[in-house]
Design a protein around this ligand. Structure first.
Ligand code: GCU
Length: 743
């Protein structure tokens, strides 16, 4: 029985191919570099697992065919394989792969590829990290994970693969955030305990961490924060001598896979650790304390990525306590980290979590924009603002945060949540890549058409615009904080942009609890590398890599498309039986699992639906509501402002309407609620039926794990359906046109 531990890296034995293809017998690596060494051993492992024979790793070229791994600068043979122009097209962490059978343009004049041993395969990059990513690409290819490129069941096609690949990551920072606590719990973790900590100590299971590093590097992740953004008492000491040696050990494991570690810090550390009376960012003693701290931390971990900071958010300390603003807070830390090349990743999840539901003027959705837009241009060039994809909190449906594009002179990271906090907690199937694609493709119009989120978060939009090159600000005032004159303004570099996401993994044998939730981790990495990939392509890759080779061969022909379709339908299914039309929430307070329509309705968190007997939804228009719609650039500000143009799926996010309001779909709001909830529960049951129909083609261990989750989902979807339908029937008094049972 399989457990799912190997995820998409199990490299099942290719039974159609008897021998290791000739060109795979030797791997040549001439440079002594840790990450290149990793690349070679990953390749060696993958090839021996797939072909049943171990390739040899050699430091010198051999006369037989071989695979060469190396960087253009250091490996002469590799450099020779690519023209200077071709080399120049590769970015810092990108790669080129060239296979035998592919003419070599660098030598096109000689027409003689034999001169340069044309039967070799070369994986090359500017850096060893690029080569590592190239190796994982090659392994995906050899497993047949890349659609239509190679038939791994044909010996012939494997003998002479025609490969000519250039791939550069769109985003420089491709990060995972862990919300792990040192007691071993994971905030919003749905896959078991932390793999990093247990009982207020670091794990001793370095193998598990190494296996995690492999999964991450295989999809191009290169940054990792290893503790919860809510930094509690013990975790505050991660930056002290008590734990720094452990942090260094963990950093070493990930370093071998090209991954840089970050720590979440407690803003009040100078008080808690240093015994100071204040953490005021403008207090010279505080700044000095952080400078000394940075020196100590970097002495232990010289390549630490930097600090992640959740300040003035959900009861965490921050600069507001001292009447300072967030640029003061972030810049003080940034100055301390600068000598070591460290970054400050400052989260924008700042809002009033002590709101009164009667107060219709305060709008949590507005908060990030209201706090951070006025600070645009004031941050140091090693500060990056991390912004959640939507203005609320990872709901199944939200508009895109209007802060993207509004910040014109500030470096940003987009934050997704791979953990399914509000999307079924890895008990329900919810493939999130289609949601993330919608976010990345959203056009903000910040600088006219084409100002998409993906171009903003990759830095592409801003690095081209003049508005960011030199922006000076006079002293301005926001709230009680005052700005200091900035001498030089940041000129954003592409290096300080990208995407981060909250991890969905834990100590469960299959990493993610629901085995199919592995697709979200895989998909996140692939999308952070290349946002142009489609949700369908990514699903296809993941399903092939994870499931091909299971069961009988004829059967796996149906298996792949069937599982892929389950993934692609799942977000829509989940949305249909939960909170309707973008209004969000309606979950049980605290743990956020399962339906509770009024669970947050009278609390202080600012997450209301305002349903009464007349209607439902939040008026966020500029004309009569909170004005949130006006935070968008034209045309979105106008589109969202009017019910005539607001997309149905976001109607209740932007408008309060009667239940009889007619949607663009032609349906009334109340009938839409009934229809989607009845259909959603049926479709959830069909997911389970599809899985059952695949039984013969699946490994028993995998089959059972997933079945247990899908059975639960089908039942739980009914509960959602009934709770929501009943609530709205009683509120509105309007019957279902189709007379289905409402309890
Ligand atoms: C959500 C989540 C919290 C988390 C917070 C954050 O509110 O429920 O657990 O701490 O987001 O992103 O900081």
């Amino acid at each position: 029985k399989e457990s799912g531990y190997d995820a998409w890296l199990h490299y099942r034995r290719n039974r159609k191919v008897k021998n290791l293809p000739a060109w795979c017998k030797v791997i040549v690596v001439q440079e002594a570099d840790e990450v290149l060494h990793t690349a070679a051993s990953e390749l060696q492992h993958g090839l021996s697992s797939m072909f049943g024979q171990q390739p040899r790793i050699s430091a010198v070229p051999v006369s037989a065919p071989f695979i060469a791994l190396g960087t253009f600068q250091e490996h002469a043979w590799v450099a020779e394989r690519f023209s200077p122009e071709e080399q120049a097209e590769v970015s810092t962490e990108g790669y080129r792969i060239r296979g035998m059978g592919t003419p070599n343009p660098a030598h096109s004049t000689s027409h003689d590829n034999k001169d340069i041993k044309g039967t070799h395969v070369t994986v090359a990059g500017q850096t060893s990290k690029g080569v590592l990513y190239g190796v994982f690409h090659l392994l995906r290819y050899l497993q047949g994970g890349l659609d239509g490129k190679l038939d791994p069941t044909s010996e012939e096609s494997l003998q002479a693969p025609i490969l000519d690949v250039l791939s550069n990551p769109a985003n420089s920072i491709r990060m995972i955030n862990h919300w792990d606590n040192m007691d071993g719990s994971v905030e919003r973790g749905y896959a078991g305990a932390s793999i990093f900590y247990d009982n207020h100590a670091f794990t001793t299971n370095m193998d598990r961490l190494r296996d995690y590093a492999r999964l991450l590097a295989s999809v191009g992740i290169q940054a990792l924060s290893i503790n919860n953004v809510n930094v509690h008492h013990v975790e505050t000491e991660l930056i002290t001598a008590t734990f720094l040696p452990d942090v260094a050990r963990v950093a070493a494991v990930f370093r071998a896979y090209g991954i840089q570690i970050y720590l979440s810090i407690n803003y009040a550390s100078p008080i808690q650790l240093g015994g100071l009376t204040t953490a005021d960012p403008l207090d010279p003693g505080v700044a000095e304390w952080w400078q000394a701290k940075a020196r100590e931390v970097y002495a232990a971990v010289p390549d630490l990525g930097g600090f992640v900071v959740k300040a003035d958010s959900e009861n965490r300390p921050g600069p507001f306590s001292y009447g300072r603003h967030h640029a003061d807070g972030a810049n003080m830390l940034a100055d301390a980290l600068r000598p070591y090349g460290g970054r400050v990743i400052w989260r924008c999840f700042v809002y009033d979590c002590k709101q009164d539901w009667r107060d219709r003027k305060t709008d949590r959705a507005r908060a990030a924009f209201d706090h951070f837009k006025p600070l645009d241009g004031l941050f140091r060039d090693n500060v990056i603002l991390q912004i959640k994809n939507g203005p609320m909190d990872f709901q199944v449906r939200e508009p895109v945060s209007p802060l993207f594009g509004a910040l014109k002179a500030t470096q940003v990271l987009l934050e997704f949540q791979i953990a399914q906090e509000y999307t079924g907690q890895q008990r329900h199937l919810c493939y999130l890549v289609p949601q993330w694609k919608e976010v990345l493709d959203f056009d903000t119009y910040a600088q006219g058409k084409g100002s998409t989120i993906k171009r903003i978060v990759s830095g592409a939009l801003h690095s081209k615009s003049d508005s960011v090159s030199s922006r000076r600000k006079a002293i301005v005032h926001v709230g009680s904080g005052s700005f200091q004159e900035e001498q030089t303004s940041p000129s954003p570099k592409r290096g300080n942009y990208g995407i981060a996401a909250v991890s969905n993994i834990g100590a469960d044998a299959n990493w993610t609890g629901h085995l199919l939730a592995q697709s979200n981790l895989y998909g996140y990495g692939r999308l952070a590398w290349d946002p142009e990939l489609s949700a369908d392509e990514i699903a296809n890759e993941w399903v092939r890599l994870t499931f091909s080779g299971q069961g009988t061969e004829d059967a796996s022909a149906d298996l792949i498309p069937a599982i892929k379709q389950m993934l692609l339908d799942s977000w829509n299914i989940y949305e249909s039986y939960t909170a309707p039309l973008g209004v969000g929430w309606m979950v049980s307070p605290g743990h956020h699992y399962g339906p509770d329509v009024d669970g947050y309705e009278y609390s202080m968190w600012g997450t209301y639906h305002f349903a009464d007997c007349r209607g439902i939804g939040v008026d966020r228009t500029t004309a009569t509501g909170t004005g949130y719609a006006g935070q968008y650039f034209s045309p979105h500000a106008d589109i969202y402002e009017s019910t005539d143009t607001c997309p149905d799926e976001l109607l209740l996010f932007f408008h309060h309407v009667p239940y009889t309001h007619t949607l663009h779909s032609g349906q009334t709001v109340i009938q839409h609620i009934y229809d989607t909830h009845f259909e959603g529960a049926e479709r959830a049951a069909q997911l389970k039926d599809t899985w059952i129909s695949l039984r013969e083609q699946l490994n028993e261990g995998i089959y059972e794990q997933v079945l247990e989750r899908l059975e639960h989902q089908a039942e739980h979807a009914k509960e959602w359906r009934d709770r929501i339908n009943t609530y709205f029937y009683r509120k509105s008094g309007i019957a279902d046109q189709k007379n289905r049972p409402i309890y």
